[in-house]
Ligand binder design. Structure first.
Ligand SMILES: C[S@@+](CC[C@H](N)C(=O)[O-])C[C@H]1O[C@@H](n2cnc3c(N)ncnc32)[C@H](O)[C@@H]1O
Length: 249
């Protein structure tokens, strides 16, 4: 049999029928742009080693939809710093779904920042998204503190909080996409996080009516600078915060 003509074959990145309802709900009129991003992830992203070869069939369910679910926690017009973006998850997904956001993708690896820069250009997102090459602990105090700092698959929760809280403005929030371990991690690291200037972490299950499993997000409000005193300033976790290389205390 003759091979299927290229134009008739569904793209590897097309939304699978089972995910279509959630994709339409989460991306709305930006779905076509999300499909273009999915396409770049499974083609260029795979070839360049930013996306594992086994991720292509589950690029929507496991990656784009999981990340887009986070958008429900982000206020309109917010500034966002996405720490450790990798191939753009969740920062680029949020920028695609939410044109009202101003997004900075923070990523230390040159190979990844090159990919991110190209994708932003190709998707026409350069008005709202910028790439910053660097490590969170090195850029704190140099980047404008954001309303929201996001992260996925970055580090255990206490390390993630130590890196991300200094990048949020006081009153802003860190939103960390986590898996099934979220509640346990919160219980383990709650006091240390509060010692770093965070409020008590809250676990949300996002897009629960659309996704199975829902996206699990740990939400930490930045309440104060770790060095600004208060009862929690004496907690051992606060001491760990002061010894970091943030240079903010
Ligand atoms: C496991 S990958 C996750 C990538 C993406 N967030 C995702 O969910 O697919 C972790 C990413 O964090 C970056 N990273 C590691 N340490 C970092 C740090 N201290 N500051 C900023 N990014 C960091 C790595 O370069 C890598 O791209």
């Amino acid at each position: 049999m003759a091979p299927e003509p290229e134009r008739d074959r569904p793209a590897a990145s097309a939304v699978p029928p089972d995910d279509r309802h959630a994709a339409v709900a989460l991306f709305g009129e930006r779905l076509a742009l999300a499909e273009r991003y999915a396409d770049l992830l499974v083609t260029d992203g795979t070839v360049r080693g930013l996306v594992g070869p086994r991720e292509a069939p589950r690029i929507w369910q496991r990656h784009l939809l999981n990340c887009a679910a986070l958008a429900e926690l982000i206020p309109s017009g917010a500034s966002v710093i996405d720490v450790g973006s990798g191939a753009g998850l969740p920062g680029l997904v949020l920028a695609v779904a939410r044109p009202d956001l101003t997004v900075t993708l923070l990523e230390p690896m040159a190979r990844r920042t090159a990919f991110l820069t190209e994708v932003i250009e190709q998707l026409g997102l350069s008005g709202t998204v910028t790439v910053h090459r660097g490590r969170a602990e090195e850029v704190a105090g140099r980047l404008q503190p954001a309303d929201v700092v996001t992260a996925r698959a970055l580090a255990p929760l206490h390390q993630l909080a130590a890196w991300c809280l200094p990048l949020a403005r006081v009153g802003g929030r860190v939103l960390a996409l986590k898996g099934a371990s979220a509640t346990e991690e919160v219980a383990t690291h709650r006091e240390a996080i509060m010692g770093l200037g965070g409020g008590a972490p809250v676990v949300h299950r996002c897009a629960a009516a659309l996704l199975d499993p829902p996206a699990v997000v740990v939400d930490i409000r930045r309440e104060r600078d770790p060095g600004s005193g208060g009862a929690r300033g004496n907690h051992p976790g606060a001491g760990r915060g002061r010894r970091t290389r943030h240079g903010r205390t």
